[in-house]
Design a protein around this ligand. Structure first.
Ligand code: GLC
Length: 687
């Protein structure tokens, strides 16, 4: 049951696809008050209520105890106290004796104080008077999430090759560097499906150009890589370089497709290319125009992109610097007031992504002129939309890989997201684990973090443990920043263990892809908190570092340095499978309850649920080479069971064809349980 409450004259956000009539009368569950120009909604929580949601946000799965902002923010320093990250996903579910969900559909800042100021008070604060709140009632948190997901529409569906292992770095500088990365993976037997091209593939950081010096025959190079089973995935930045003669800049200027300042001139900000203009993604014409440019690269054989810097991130603006210069000129360095020096430092740090700059430019939303801060959260989302809608024109029958850094609910229909600039910290591995179900709640299914961490120098054990979790996330990409230690697996001593861990991913791809597709097609989650499946188990309810991945397995990743294993809570009897590689495993049936499970740094523990079945195929060097005619089955049952595996060609869009399901069954055959499937079963491990 969903109720919609409209306040003021909201700007359409494109978040919701369901046609819901606005409700009359006062809002339910929330107490509304106005204070100091703000609208505040209060909800009083019970002592043991849990609050789920908020998608890309710091802290736990249970968001209680913190303050969060739905405001897309460029934040490379993602410490635990950060209140806003790159995405703004304003959906929460409060669950306890009763469960209720709230989606605050607002394109500008929304503050959630979830029991931070007062433990039992949930406080939602808006400064913009124009927004919509959806109140969702349901029998459980999971039920509410499913209703919400249906309301916001089917998630973007990635091609199956994007489930392969992907290697990235800022930057592989030229063809030869890319060739070496591929060769090193192949020579070391480490499977690989894609290599990313960060900003240096471009000519002077100009979107939709390719440096002829670094990539002299780009289409030929794309083909050469493709022949080796590798897709190249270039980055596209939001900012368009200001350079007379550069066609995209010239067109944008000529047809008025850039964001404008109050005086009607094109807004200028400094980003990677230097002085840039921002395309006005809030304008449908600008979206069509920018989107059409992706064809320049798809015509060269490119099948996937990552959209970046689209919060939009700004190093500084000229206006901001001028104001700062005046401040410096009038600054009294002999002052005895230490507060002035704090202020000075804050002014320097505040030059980037400054709120005043966000308040200084405008969008033309097809005739409606809107100041940026009022629609800030929609900017990156509409860049994703521009690309997604363009792909439907460029290649209507083919899936393209697309994911973005900034996002707002609604963009989940056009692309996935990655979680931005994390660091090579153990705590960020844990954050990645806890964020995955929250992202799924908000519709982001094709997602993942920079494995190994983007900033800082990664260590061998951290990368291995992170991959031990990353083998389950749809986007499995190792990415690292300029100036950090080389983070490709083969740079860490003996590559054997890395080869083995990545081989596990490839043998799991049919299962993971199947669970991902079913989650997309049914508006469901691929990563679930235990509480969603075991709601009456009071301990399962509070476990945060174990996740259900699809219908058959639970994972309990090890995320601590030097750990030899970890405590795991089993909400029912399960079969522990410790993978050392795709084919080397040890098994143990474990009883419901708490256990210490040993898992060396090169081992991945997986728990098969009772009466469930896990199909595995043989590993391969890339997804194109996966042989899905033969399977090994691991099942934990003494009964007849069936697993329906979703399988299609992985690129076309015939999603709802009933022929896309293959059955794997364990059946009683003359008193003995055996496996039955149209696929060849090479081995059955039945427990
Ligand atoms: C941003 C992105 C990062 C990329 C870098 C250079 O920081 O988040 O992934 O490598 O820009 O393009």
């Amino acid at each position: 049951m969903i109720k919609k409450y409209v306040y003021g004259n909201p700007i359409p956000t494109n978040a919701v696809v369901a046609d819901i009539e606005p409700s009359e009368g006062g809002i339910q569950y929330l107490t509304e008050l106005e204070m100091g120009g703000k609208i505040i909604f209060n909800y009083s929580m019970e002592n043991d209520d849990i609050v789920y949601g908020l998608g890309e946000a710091a802290r736990g799965l249970n968001k209680r105890g913190g303050i969060y902002h739905g405001f897309c923010t460029d934040v490379p320093d993602q410490t635990e106290d950060k209140q806003a990250l790159y995405g703004a996903h304003n959906f929460i579910v409060v669950t306890g004796m009763i469960s209720v969900g709230f989606f605050v559909d607002c394109a500008s800042d929304v503050k959630f104080d979830i029991g931070y100021t007062a433990y039992n008070m949930l406080n939602i604060e808006l400064t913009c008077p124009d927004f919509v709140i959806y109140v969702i009632e349901g029998k459980s948190a999971y039920d509410i999430v499913k209703q919400f997901r249906e309301m916001i529409g089917r998630s973007y569906i990635a091609p199956r090759w994007a489930f392969g292992y992907q290697q990235s770095r800022w930057s592989y500088m030229n063809e030869d560097e890319v060739r070496k990365v591929v060769k090193n993976h192949r020579d070391n037997g480490i499977s690989l499906d894609a290599v990313y091209l960060d900003i240096d593939y471009m000519d002077g950081y100009k979107d939709f150009t390719v440096s002829e010096e670094r990539f002299p025959d780009f289409p030929g190079f794309v083909r050469e890589m493709r022949d080796q089973g590798i897709r190249l995935v270039p980055i596209i930045d939001a900012g368009v370089k200001i350079e007379p003669g550069y066609d995209i800049y010239e067109e944008g200027r000529q047809y008025q497709l850039f964001c404008k300042k109050g005086d009607g001139t094109d807004f200028v900000a400094a980003v990677w290319p230097g002085r840039t203009h921002f395309p006005d993604f809030m304008n449908s014409g600008a979206r069509m125009w920018f989107g059409s440019k992706y064809k320049l690269l798809t015509d060269m054989g490119i099948e996937g992109f990552w959209n970046d810097m689209n919060e939009p991130a700004m190093f500084f603006t000229e206006d901001g610097v001028k104001e700062f210069k005046d401040y410096v000129d009038s600054f009294d360095f002999n002052t005895n007031d230490p507060g002035k020096f704090f202020e000075f430092k804050d002014k320097i740090l505040g030059l980037s992504n400054n709120m005043k700059d966000y308040e200084s430019f405008y969008h033309n939303m097809d005739g409606r002129i809107v100041r940026h801060d009022q629609v800030h959260n929609l900017y990156g989302a509409n860049m994703t939309r521009a690309a997604g809608e363009a792909f439907d024109q460029i290649a209507p029958d083919k899936r393209m890989l697309l994911f973005s850094r900034a996002s707002y609910i609604g963009s989940h229909r056009y692309g996935g997201i990655w979680t931005g600039d994390n660091q090579s910290w153990w705590s960020h591995l844990l954050m990645n684990i806890k964020m995955m179900p929250s992202l799924n709640m908000c519709g982001y299914l094709y997602s993942g973090a920079d494995l190994g961490g983007f900033g800082c120098n990664c260590t061998s054990d951290l990368l291995m443990r992170w991959l031990g979790f990353g083998i389950f996330t749809p986007l499995m990409r190792n990415h690292s920043a300029l100036g950090t230690r080389k983070q490709e697996c083969y740079n860490f001593g003996d590559p054997e263990d890395f080869r083995s861990i990545i081989s596990i991913r490839y043998s799991l791809i049919p299962y993971l892809y199947s669970e991902y597709m079913k989650a997309c097609l049914n508006n469901d989650m691929m990563f679930k908190p235990l509480s969603f499946e075991y709601p009456s188990d009071s301990f399962a309810r509070i476990v945060e570092d174990q996740l259900l991945v699809g219908e058959s397995i639970m994972i309990a990743p090890v995320y601590e340095q030097n750990a030899i294993g970890r405590y795991v809570y089993l909400p029912e009897d399960m079969l522990l499978v410790v993978f050392k590689s795709s084919s080397v495993r040890r098994y143990q049936i474990m009883k419901k309850g708490m256990h210490f499970v040993q898992a060396a740094v090169n081992e991945v523990p997986v728990f098969v649920r009772r009466n469930k079945l896990l199909p595995l195929c043989r590993t391969a060097q890339c997804t194109d080479k996966l042989d899905t005619s033969m399977f090994e089955i691991i099942a934990f049952t003494d009964d007849n069971i069936e697993y329906m595996m979703y399988e299609d060609d992985g690129v076309s869009k015939d999603y709802d064809n009933p022929d896309n399901y293959v059955s794997f069954a364990i059946k009683d055959m003359d008193g003995i349980l055996g496996a039955v499937s149209p696929k060849t079963i090479v081995k059955l491990s039945l427990f």
